[in-house]
Design a binder for this molecule. Structure first.
Ligand SMILES: C[S@@+](CC[C@H](N)C(=O)[O-])C[C@H]1O[C@@H](n2cnc3c(N)ncnc32)[C@H](O)[C@@H]1O
Length: 281
């Protein structure tokens, strides 16, 4: 019989087991969505209870990538939220063009769709040769897939529409080859991309960035973890650097909101304020 109180105890024990056995700390993820994902994993792996899943966490180390995949929701799309990519194309990239070298950190890159979208934007703006994209994620599996750049061909139509809506003037098909029911992104788009594992809940500053995209990741975190990540981003950005968040995410209630000023609030694009521009501290 379903008992929410027992489920909560089991989810806490699961999180502890994962942390002690494998070193991954999910204790600061938003509790309701984490619980849903642990329950789903337990069903998918045919465990009668979450306690059954805990036993497997401890005794089946090979299960780890599958567990991380289930807990981290690596869902993405090319040119997801085209209006944001249009704003990047039309207002942010022209400002970044004044830098001789442009460093971009894409945190939580999932299976890479946003990375390739960004590479296309930079290519079309004539900036790619002096750009470096650092694409990071917690999940090794997602990173491996991102590097391959192979996706189901059924996505092509929607991605093409997104690309056009983002202001793309070519055909998205110029950037991939299709075979059977798969499409493979042009691997030249990867020439200035470094993929690496980075855990936003535990690791430190990754690079000195002019632009950070971290979209649809903080939504899964509790407030203290969101604060940690925002302060990491504030330490990683050059002064005046840009931060793009997901359209359902916001700096509204974050105490580190103070470090940033809104550049395009409707598209959740912010800039790191100079210290004297900050209201407090
Ligand atoms: C919903 S996807 C977002 C993908 C992409 N940014 C987008 O908006 O389409 C969330 C990604 O965040 C990653 N993630 C979750 N927790 C993380 C952490 N602690 N450190 C780094 N990445 C994390 C997941 O593995 C997943 O790939």
């Amino acid at each position: 019989m379903n008992n929410p109180e027992l489920d909560n105890i089991e989810v806490d024990l699961f999180v502890q087991a994962l942390q002690r056995r494998h070193g991954y700390d999910f204790s600061q993820y938003a509790p309701a969505s984490l619980k849903r994902r642990v329950q789903l994993l337990s069903e998918q792996l045919e465990c009668k209870t979450i306690s059954g899943l805990i036993e497997r966490v401890i005794h089946e180390p090979k299960l780890l990538p599958r567990l991380l995949d289930g807990l981290t929701v690596p869902a993405s799309d090319m040119f997801r939220d085209p209006t944001m990519f249009r704003a990047l194309r039309e207002t942010v990239l022209p400002m970044l063009a004044s830098y001789p070298q442009i460093n971009i950190w894409q945190a939580g890159c999932a299976h890479g769709q946003e990375v390739y979208s960004l590479a296309i934007l930079l290519e079309e703006a004539g900036l790619y040769e002096r750009s470096q994209i650092f694409a990071t994620d917690l999940s090794e599996r997602a990173l491996e897939h991102a590097q391959e750049g192979i996706y189901p061909a059924r996505e092509a139509q929607q991605w093409s529409r997104n690309y056009q809506a983002s202001g793309g003037s070519r055909s998205l098909a110029d950037y991939y080859s299709a075979r059977y029911n798969l499409l493979k992104l042009d691997q030249r788009l990867r020439r200035h991309v470094t993929f690496a594992r980075h855990n936003l809940a535990a690791d430190g500053v990754f690079c000195e960035a002019h632009l950070i995209l971290c979209r649809n990741v903080l939504i899964y975190f509790s407030n203290p973890l969101q604060e940690r990540v925002l302060s990491l981003f504030s330490d990683s950005l050059v002064r005046g650097g840009f931060l793009c968040m997901g359209l359902r995410e916001s700096l509204d209630y974050a105490s580190s909101a103070n470090d940033f000023s809104a550049f395009d609030e409707s598209q959740r694009i912010y800039r790191l304020a100079a210290p004297q521009e900050r209201k407090f501290g």
